[in-house]
Design a binder for this molecule. Structure first.
Ligand code: FES
Ligand SMILES: [Fe+2]
Length: 393
């Protein structure tokens, strides 16, 4: 079923390639510039986008063994995700039941016990409270009710999704709209996490606009990716989740062969975005690596934090590891010095009041769909959220 969808995407790509065309939206979309910095709107986005939708926190392949864990801060919430002795992956607010200290330091590792650094209360790999220092002096209380606070956690397509609210208002499958079937073709579950780096950026939507935008590639990135990149884009959507590719020379070799000779590995290029905050792109590094960019809002409307996680399709040799490092440095520079440096200046300029709107052209349909969906989401009450996703699916 999803292989057929990959073929359909490629078929459209071949058609656009031969005709020299691209996808076109019906008109130009104007987005108020205040959407990028207004405090009230930003708080609503935190509550209605980031606090109630599943968010990608990491890769399954880092958490295959009992006791493996990692901790990360997401939109102001400290999280710890761990594989229990029973093999079940769970996520928790990384906050001690005693007086709120962060229990597991940021990072990853393997441990079946986690000791709070404040007064040494101990939690096991299922989040249960299993040790209270000087328990007799402390006094009696119900330990069973005082484990770490659990949050909804799901694995799909080699990625781990966590919802920041303990009571989810949408289930993972309604949220994904079948997109996980497509992502499974990337083989992320079988990949090796080979590096991670963090970048500061502008408002999360200014940053995210860039991941859906091929129009800027040969201009802003002429010195890095090159001036011969295509400006054209083809978008495919599964609800708010979008795949972007360019009708470029990649399609030339497909155009010469019948569809049943197209290898699946030839059909999974382009950028795979996951609403509201992830982009997955592939690069060469003595073999193939994926860069999974997880974009999180910062502490203010004007800031964001991006975690770039790199996955290699093979356990890297020293030569491959050196190539990965070189690629990571290159991509840190491309995103930091080109995309986000530009985005930070945009953020300042938007606040001047000189313009009322940003424009998304007919050739920027991906950005149009993204902003339209965010607006819909902000206007949708919890009870109506599944219906919204089904309507867009
Ligand atoms: S806050 Fe964790 S043991 Fe006191
Ligand atoms: Fe860019």
């Amino acid at each position: 079923m999803s292989r057929e969808q990959l073929v359909q995407i490629a078929r459209r790509g071949v058609g656009h390639y031969k005709a020299g065309t691209q996808d076109q939206a019906s008109g130009i979309l104007e987005v108020p510039v205040t959407n990028y910095f207004d405090e009230d709107r930003w708080r609503l986005e935190m509550d209605r986008v980031f606090k109630r939708l599943p968010l990608v926190v990491g890769a399954s392949s880092e958490l295959t063994e009992p006791g493996q864990y990692f901790s990360i801060e997401v939109a102001g919430t400290p999280l710890v995700i761990m594989r229990g002795d029973d093999g079940v992956l769970r996520s928790f607010v990384n906050m001690c039941s005693h007086r709120g200290a962060v229990v597991v330091p940021e990072g990853s590792g393997t441990s079946r016990r986690h000791t709070c650094p404040y007064h040494a209360w101990v939690y096991d790999s299922k989040g249960a409270l299993v040790g209270v220092m000087d328990a007799g002096d402390f006094g009696e209380f119900d330990r069973d009710c005082n484990g770490l606070t659990q949050l909804p956690c799901n694995e799909r397509a080699g990625l781990v999704w966590v919802t920041l609210s303990p009571e989810p208002v949408i289930d993972i499958d309604t949220f994904l709209c079948g997109y996980d079937d497509m992502l499974t073709h990337l083989g992320l579950a079988e990949c090796y996490v080979v590096g991670r780096q963090v970048l500061d950026g502008p408002n999360w939507k200014v940053a995210y606009d860039g991941y859906l935008d091929y129009y800027h590639l040969p201009i802003l990135h002429k010195e890095s990716f090159g001036a011969d990149m295509s400006t054209q884009a083809i978008y495919d959507a599964w609800g708010p989740h979008q795949h972007v590719t360019a009708p470029d020379r990649h399609f030339a070799s497909l155009a010469e062969r019948p569809e049943d000779q197209w290898e699946t590995s030839e059909l999974i290029g382009g950028v795979w975005t996951i609403f509201p905050h992830v982009s997955i792109a592939s690069f060469d590094a003595e073999g193939k690596i994926y860069m999974v960019s997880q974009l999180f809002p910062g502490d203010t409307p004007d800031t964001s934090v991006t975690v770039q996680t790199f996955l290699h399709t093979e356990a890297p040799t020293p030569t491959q590891a050196a190539a990965v490092k070189e690629r990571m440095d290159f991509l840190f520079s491309v995103v930091g010095d080109e995309d986000y440096a530009t985005g930070k200046r945009i953020q300042q300029a938007l606040r001047t009041g000189a313009k009322q709107v940003n424009m998304f052209g007919k050739n920027e349909g991906g950005g149009q769909r993204f902003h339209t969906f965010v607006d819909e989401l902000l206007a949708t009450e919890d009870a109506d959220l599944p219906a919204l996703f089904k309507r867009f699916a």
